[in-house]
Design a protein around this ligand. Structure first.
Ligand code: HEM
Length: 512
């Protein structure tokens, strides 16, 4: 585990695959065995049987501290009383409002029609960011150094606020106007990012969770702020619906509102929906921080890596800009945006080579046999056609390693080459991902719910920024490293504080 933490993501695993083959095991926390496999059939089995292979309780505990208990967290389902029990006995069986029901209610909010309706939010916030940078770069003749990562993160926070909850964070204006929820959120997120021993032990040893720490206190305060504001947003949305219906019957089909919160409120209040299919106020509220975290830093990180890749390859940056400048308007429709072929190839290639979430883990809930495409030979020389799994075994899901596997993508698999998307290799279709022959958004019933959302948002950002600016690295490429907690972000190796950042030299694009 120490070697894994010290190496850049996935590098060590990829080395092991070369040395030992595609299926192996190694020692994880507390000397427990972890299964690692690159076999796409085995991974498909794990991801499609999502109730037999669940997120580890330790991960769920950490997520719940940061996120509350939204869809990211819930596996079997739980109510308020056994939440407390669950904190102490993580393996207690839970059977209340389960994750798949939450997913069923929320899926429509992330369908193509819903995302189409959100496109103007993606553009208006992209243009806002463009205008902020235009002001910063307008004064001098030279390019200005900007930490693009920080600004992209503000932009995506503003988007998820509006698109998710009709809430204006105004993070792009936060220098002038600090926002209470924004501040609570930064506390929560930075507390969640710091790696230190006590939180890790608390995740593993539930009894230690009674020991108060400064981190817990900060998280509690921030969680209280989030809850208070969340409740206010919820009651505002309900009041708006009640006042427009004057206390009469509320039908599901007649309730409008394009943001996620309105959709959940609709699921909660419509009188033509059976009681059993409604979701409680607690469960509606639990989604607020989940969507804030899941939908904000992931997309800003992906866009940051796209700009990084375009700086390393100015020829690709120019080719992309040329395509984008053929569009006559600053605000194309979602369909026009999605039809731009080179933009699509650049986004795919970024999400392949720089998957923001480089790996994840699942725990087997029962004994099982994983089917394999390629039989493996054990250390005694015996060949196996399947992998025997025991209840409780952890399985590492190698998102990044699969995305840049040479067996799938060829010998140049680690290189950034958008042209490869003109004819992806046939074998890539075996990757069990929900999108693009990649594992970036995972696969199966618990794949990322927000992938369409993030694709359109990322494209709107690149469209707007590349048309307006030229980008160059502000530091030597060798100074840029990758650091990951859950999401993998750039750092400067020369920065003793290891702060996440990507400083670029930005100047207005003034024509060829
Ligand atoms: C480039 C951007 C994104 C990437 C790379 C990404 C990646 C992922 C991955 C890998 C997972 C599975 C994690 C696991 O189970 O271990 C996941 C789950 C999830 N994502 Fe995303 N995500 C992105 C954007 C978004 C956006 C924009 C939203 C919402 C607006 C979102 C909402 C969620 C939710 C709610 C889950 C949990 C689903 C469940 O457990 O059923 N994600 N995402």
């Amino acid at each position: 585990m120490r070697d894994i933490f010290n190496a850049e993501n996935s590098v060590l695993h990829e080395q092991w695959v070369k040395e030992y083959g595609t299926t192996l095991k190694y020692k994880g926390f507390f000397y427990t065995d972890r299964l690692f496999t690159m076999d796409t059939r085995a991974l498909n089995h794990v991801l499609t049987h999502s109730s037999d292979y669940q997120k580890p309780s330790q991960v769920r505990y950490n997520l719940s501290r940061i996120l509350g208990e939204g869809v990211l967290f819930v596996e079997g389902g739980l109510n308020i009383v056994n939440r407390q029990v669950f904190a102490i006995f993580p393996y207690v069986k839970r059977c209340d409002f389960d994750a798949m029901s939450q997913r069923r209610i929320m899926n429509p909010a992330f369908g193509p029609a819903q995302i189409r309706a959100l496109t103007d939010i993606f553009f208006s916030k992209s243009i806002k960011l463009r205008d902020v940078w235009s002001t910063m770069t307008a004064s001098g003749e030279h390019a200005i150094r900007i930490d693009v990562m920080g600004w992209l993160s503000k932009m995506t926070l503003d988007v998820i606020g509006l698109a998710g909850f009709n809430y204006e964070f105004d993070a792009l204006n936060s220098n002038e106007k600090p926002n209470e929820l924004n501040q609570a959120f930064s506390v929560m997120f930075s507390a969640g990012q710091r790696v230190s021993l006590l939180p890790i032990l608390k995740a593993w040893i539930p009894l230690l969770r009674w020991i108060p720490s400064d981190r817990d206190r900060k998280i509690d305060m921030a969680q209280n702020t989030m809850n208070r504001i969340g409740r206010q947003l919820l009651s505002d949305a309900k009041a708006a619906i009640m006042s427009s219906y004057g206390g009469g019957l509320i039908e599901k089909s007649s309730l409008q509102g394009r943001d996620l919160l309105s959709l959940l409120v609709r699921a909660n209040m419509a009188t033509d929906i059976p009681e059993s299919q409604r979701i409680s106020d607690e469960d509606v509220l639990a989604q607020v921080p989940t969507f804030l975290v899941a939908g904000h830093e992931t997309t800003s990180t992906a866009t940051t890596w796209a700009l990084y890749a375009l700086c390393l390859r100015p020829d690709i940056q120019t080719k992309l800009r040329e395509e984008l400048l053929t569009v006559e308007t600053d605000t194309p429709s979602m369909d026009e945006l999605m039809a731009l072929p080179y933009l699509d190839a650049v986004v795919r290639e970024t999400l392949r080579v720089h998957a923001p979430v480089p790996s994840t883990v699942r725990i087997a809930m029962k004994d099982d046999i994983l089917p394999l495409d390629t039989p493996f030979t054990d250390k005694y020389g015996v060949v196996h056609a399947g992998i025997k799994i025991s209840k409780g075994d952890p399985i590492f899901i190698p998102i990044l390693a699969i995305n840049r596997s040479e067996a799938i993508w060829g010998t140049d698999a680690k290189e950034f080459n958008p042209d490869r998307w003109a004819s992806p290799p046939e074998v890539a279709s075996q990757v069990p991902g929900v999108w693009g022959h990649l594992l970036t958004f995972l696969g199966g019933p618990r794949a990322c719910i927000g992938y369409r959302f993030s694709l359109v948002e990322m494209k709107a950002l690149l469209f707007t920024l590349l048309r307006a600016f030229e980008f160059e690295l502000a530091v030597p490429a060798s100074d840029i490293g990758k650091k990951s907690t859950i999401v993998q972000r750039p750092i400067l190796l020369s920065d003793p504080e290891n702060k996440n950042q990507l400083p670029l030299l930005v100047k207005p694009y003034r024509g060829p």
